[in-house]
Ligand binder design. Structure first.
Ligand SMILES: [Fe+2]
Length: 461
């Protein structure tokens, strides 16, 4: 007899215990706790014909963007494909999505998950995987609209509703609908104070609106709810951004050293991404970070030639260039160029349009060729969404550009770029400091002093 999960979505399994176990693992994955994939893999040992178990394990592994998980992902995909005749139409949709992903056609994968959602808008796994893929691929509009398409089918009585609110909150934030994003994010956190994704979505709202003090309070007042989760490193990074904007460099370094410098080599790539993203911003501020780049570069080296995801590659490049590791720089660049010649997956566009020009700009920046940085970044800066990630993460490109313009003494351009930032986020002290430097370079001392006064006064809030 066909059974359903707790939301009424069909599962081709007649063992309630198995269905409940996968749902428990999914809950853990949505909350960034435990080891949900390992738990389900263990379950599959005794139950190798559990289709949804294989779809869950392989589906979750799609999001890792690391070559080391590919073998496991393909193993569970093949196991699910072997059970095709037993699988229901929803599960076949998941299998098709994962098959497309393994082939490198990430967009087709998302389409397959979306087709499942048209039939089953309460399929929380399909929704989560499609949403997270939208974030990975930088499909900003679908980060909002993919959730919108199913949202009316959900209500508070359905298990997992809060997570849908959290996804929607983030999608709304990335589309600059900050009021609705904050409302939905706060509602999700009210339903589940440990919903790290919703906490994160509201943190993004605060970041984009330049609400540093509010952001620090939002994060620190609920630290016990998120600091123990697997998402904590990225949330520490967000907390660091508020402090960075306020010029509190000691605080940023303290967070980096205590929270973003794990010694465990088996951790996920995200910790290195956040660490690099923070150290690069400190580099733009000309802060001496001692041997931190060297230690971080050691962690990046084993995956230097991955070329699996341009977003990772540019962060590897920042680290190697900042540590002046010429061999590793060449490895990343050669791997990227070779990959562009051979591959045809969705990452090709990301690498060609943004990854490689940004990587070249990173190297040029570290070698003091600031004019070249400007020439490389100016044409691509409004296409950077193809790199994936969030506005807050990709801001590193725009910030690198304005810093390079200042150092290249192209002060009028630097002022224009800084103006853009102050218009979007007038409460950011850092943006006013950039403005002041551009004005000072142009010889407009009175205006520079006004901008400096503004930066100083809002740093004290
Ligand atoms: Fe974020």
């Amino acid at each position: 007899m066909a059974m359903t999960d707790s939301r009424g979505v069909p599962v081709s399994c007649d063992d309630r215990g198995l269905i409940d176990a996968v749902e428990a693992a999914h809950e853990a994955a949505l909350s960034f706790v435990g080891s949900p994939v390992d738990d389900v893999v263990a379950l599959l040992g005794d139950n190798p014909r559990f289709v949804m178990g294989h779809c869950f394990a392989a589906g979750m592994l799609t999001q890792a963007m690391e070559t080391r998980v590919y073998e496991d992902m393909v193993h569970h995909l093949k196991a699910a494909e072997a059970l095709w005749d037993q699988a229901n139409d929803r599960e076949r949709g998941h299998i098709q999505a994962i098959r497309a992903w393994v082939k490198g056609d990430f967009h087709a994968a998302i389409e397959a998950w979306d087709a499942v959602l048209v039939e089953y808008p309460l399929d929380l796994l399909a929704l989560q995987l499609a949403h997270l893929s939208d974030v990975l691929l930088g499909d900003t509009i679908n980060q909002r609209d993919r959730i919108a398409r199913v949202f009316p089918a959900w209500d508070e009585n359905l298990p997992g509703y809060g997570y849908v609110l959290g996804f929607y909150s983030f999608g709304l934030e990335e589309n600059r609908d900050y009021a609705k994003a904050e409302e939905f994010g706060r509602r999700a956190v009210a339903l589940n104070p440990r919903d790290g994704y919703a906490i994160h979505a509201v943190a993004h709202v605060m970041e984009m609106q330049g609400r540093q003090a509010g952001g620090i309070w939002w994060m620190t007042s609920r630290e016990q709810d998120w600091a123990g989760s697997h998402f904590a490193n990225h949330l520490w990074w967000h907390l660091s951004l508020y402090h960075l904007d306020l010029g509190q460099v000691d605080r940023v370094l303290a967070i980096h050293d205590s929270k973003l410098r794990g010694a465990d080599p088996s951790h996920e790539k995200y910790e290195e991404l956040d660490s690099t993203a923070l150290l690069w911003r400190l580099k733009l501020l000309d802060v001496d970070v001692g041997d931190r780049w060297r230690r971080l570069a050691d962690k990046w080296e084993p995956s230097a030639a991955d070329t699996l995801y341009a977003f990772n590659d540019v962060h590897a490049m920042m680290t190697f260039a900042a540590d002046n590791r010429r061999d590793a720089i060449a490895v990343v660049m050669n791997a990227n160029e070779r990959y562009l010649d051979d591959a045809n997956d969705a990452n090709v566009a990301m690498t060609r349009i943004v990854g490689i020009p940004f990587s070249r700009a990173i190297v040029a920046f570290c070698q003091g060729r600031y004019g070249e940085v400007v020439d490389l970044l100016l044409p691509i800066r409004y296409r950077t969404q193809y790199l994936g990630g969030s506005h807050a993460q990709r801001d590193v490109i725009a910030w690198t550009l304005v810093e390079a313009a200042l150092r290249a003494r192209r002060f009028k351009l630097a002022l224009a770029l800084a103006n853009e930032r102050t218009q979007l986020r007038p409460t950011s002290p850092n943006n006013w400091r950039l403005t002041a430097r551009a004005l000072r370079g142009m010889g407009d001392i009175a205006s520079a002093e006004r901008a400096e006064a503004r930066a100083h006064s809002i740093s004290q809030n």
